[in-house]
Design a protein around this ligand. Structure first.
Ligand code: ACO
Length: 326
């Protein structure tokens, strides 16, 4: 029986010009390249300029994705931006982006806040709309300017985060309905609000009319991140009807190299098949997976037919996975 599946037809990314190294950070807070590298695997991260907004990074990433997908802006039927650092409290950053991209009048545009799992959540929403036949082509973005909610005097958090945006174009196409099809074969999302206090911004519009700074219980996040990232892969593989041994590439949320290493071991997937960008991006929350996808495409590593497993975990807690064949 034929089915519609969302094909990943183009990716793009944008990183701010400014690079902040661990040595730069060691002049700002009591830390060192050695401490940051061994605990996290991060060497440097990009930092947005004061007047460089989440919508600006999203726009540049979108233009690259649209070009790579060989479509026109007017072919896009839906735009969704995953972010915890929107330009404004409202309207959605996606609405501003739709205007900048001069999308067709009436094109639906929305943001989603699922922290570091935002891209997985946004992809599930877009994929479901495509499979239902509501839309044909979606622009899905993960974009953050986390530097603007980072307390640059707090060494526990300021060494971890970075800014950037990644964009993907999904387009529906008829497939045979088999696990050998190209396109998104599965998405799965989860949340557990009981973990709210382990990773959060200390402020908010309703709370005190501020954006606040990131706070995190690093040890607790570390512990829960590993089984959550594993579950995101295992459950989406099950839905897709494929095995871990079929996977060509694993693209995890890029928070910490030690977390990625542990997850790869538990999944029994060789590190040669794991995409790592945390060393030069830091943790860019919702942007980390589409950034990693787009950068790896640009390097020419991915080939037609490759099976990619993706999983993310973040504040909420939220977590989930995607399985897609190119
Ligand atoms: N430089 C030097 N020393 C530091 C720094 C720093 N930047 N930050 C903390 N320390 C100190 C602490 O104060 C502590 O000192 P003390 O023993 O005198 O009190 C010591 O280093 C050890 O701190 P721990 O918190 O025990 O260090 P740990 O080994 O747990 O590593 C880390 C901390 C890297 C945050 C780790 O817990 C971690 O990676 N957690 C995962 C969290 C994560 O990646 N979050 C990202 C967001 S969530 C997500 O994206 C899924």
């Amino acid at each position: 029986m034929t089915v519609i599946r969302s094909q990943l037809i183009g990716t793009g990314y944008k990183l701010p010009e400014k690079v902040l190294t661990n040595d730069d950070l060691s002049k700002m807070v009591d830390t060192s390249d050695e401490w940051i590298s061994t605990r996290t695997g991060i060497k440097s991260r990009h930092i947005a300029a004061q007047d460089e907004l989440t919508s600006d990074l999203s726009y540049e990433a979108s233009l690259m994705a649209i070009k790579n997908a060989k479509i026109q802006n007017q072919d896009i039927d839906f735009v969704i931006v995953a972010t915890v650092t929107p330009d404004n409290t409202f309207p959605a950053t996606a609405a501003k982006l739709a205007k900048k991209l001069e999308l067709k009048p009436g094109t639906p545009a929305m943001d989603v806040n699922a922290a570091c799992s935002g891209f997985v959540y946004a992809t599930q929403i877009a994929d479901n709309m495509i499979r239902l036949g509501e839309i044909k082509t979606a622009l899905v973005i993960g974009a953050e300017t986390l530097s603007k909610i980072t307390d640059w005097t707090d060494r526990n958090t300021c060494v971890l985060f970075g800014d950037g945006a990644g964009a993907v174009i999904l387009q529906g196409a008829e497939c045979e309905g088999k696990n050998t099809d190209t396109g998104i074969l599965a998405t799965k999302i989860y949340a557990d609000g009981n973990q709210y206090e382990h990773l959060y911004s200390d402020s908010g519009v309703s709370l005190n009319q501020k954006a606040g700074f990131i706070h995190m219980d690093g040890k607790e996040v570390f512990k829960i991140a590993i089984p959550s990232l594993v579950q995101g892969v295992e459950e989406s593989l099950k839905i897709a009807g494929v095995q871990i041994s079929d996977v060509d590439w694993y693209v995890p949320h890029q928070a910490n190299l030690r977390i990625i290493d542990s997850v790869a071991k538990k999944l029994e997937i060789d590190m040669d098949k794991v995409i790592v960008t945390v060393d030069h991006h830091g943790n860019t929350s919702a942007a980390s997976i589409p950034l990693a996808l787009a950068e790896t495409f640009e390097k020419g590593k991915f080939k037609k037919g490759d099976l990619i497993a993706i999983s993310a975990m973040g504040a909420g807690f939220t977590w989930g996975g995607i399985v897609v064949r190119l």
